[in-house]
Design a protein around this ligand. Sequence first.
Ligand SMILES: Nc1ncnc2c1ncn2[C@@H]1O[C@H](COP(=O)(O)OP(=O)(O)OP(=O)(O)O)[C@@H](O)[C@H]1O
Ligand SMILES: [Mg+2]
Length: 263
Amino acid sequence: MTNTMTLQALAQDDRLDPAKAAVEITAVNKWYGEFHVLRDINLTVRRGERIVICGPSGSGKSTMIRCINRLEQHQSGTIVVDGIELSNDLKKIDDVRREVGMVFQHFNLFPHLTILQNCMLAPIWVRKMPESEAKELAMHFLEKVRIPDQAHKFPGQLSGGQQQRVAIARSLCMKPRLMLFDEPTSALDPEMIKEVLDTMIELAEEGMTMLCVTHEMGFAQAVADRVIFMDQGQIIEQNEPKAFFSAPQSERTRTFLGQILGH
Ligand SMILES: Nc1ncnc2c1ncn2[C@@H]1O[C@H](COP(=O)(O)OP(=O)(O)OP(=O)(O)O)[C@@H](O)[C@H]1O
Ligand SMILES: [Mg+2]
């Protein structure tokens, strides 16, 4: 392929267009039985955008981000991820999940597999990558999260912070276009929080599109383009971090920030 052809192909691939949305959530509602957990959610995430979501326990933060890779199903409205609308079409769900990495509060590593095997699993089984290539890729990302020396250990032999960095490396091995984080540091001892946040900051600096549920407000101030506050299933308020923290508009946001920032 000539250079011109490559450029043409790139220009035609609208998935590389930064003006296009990474995620478009429109008028989404969700119920758990009678309980209305998401109420008329509208949210557009631009490519490369870094969003922090905060709000009280039970406000629907996890539910909202889990809807983006269909770990939860919404009942009305539309969710479009990288141009693919989520519906009951299993092929489309697979396509979306291939592009979306998720890191949970609990690391969810396979305890009977080594760190390296944990990272190689999805590239081999989902991307059909040859084993040698998957291994090279896994080592690349383990180096990136600064634990290549742990590759042959089992998850139980690592600290919480190290396990969470493995979980991030494992996600990155799938070369996701979007990363979802659900309170990735809240199960960690304080001394391990920083090493995980540092890994996430590096990822943000490289331009990864990120939606991150966290109450680490220092992280939000350092890397978020936008902070979103949710309460009772609704997006109450959103703003760039400086304005969000210095001049919250809603009383509920002020009360919440007062509680978590301790003033
Ligand atoms: N599978 C479920 N079935 C029924 N109710 C659920 C289910 N999952 C969550 N809920 C309820 O939905 C509400 C929102 O839950 P969600 O986990 O999204 O909140 P959250 O904002 O992530 O809270 P936290 O900060 O505690 O993680 C809560 O009241 C919760 O009890
Ligand atoms: Mg949650």
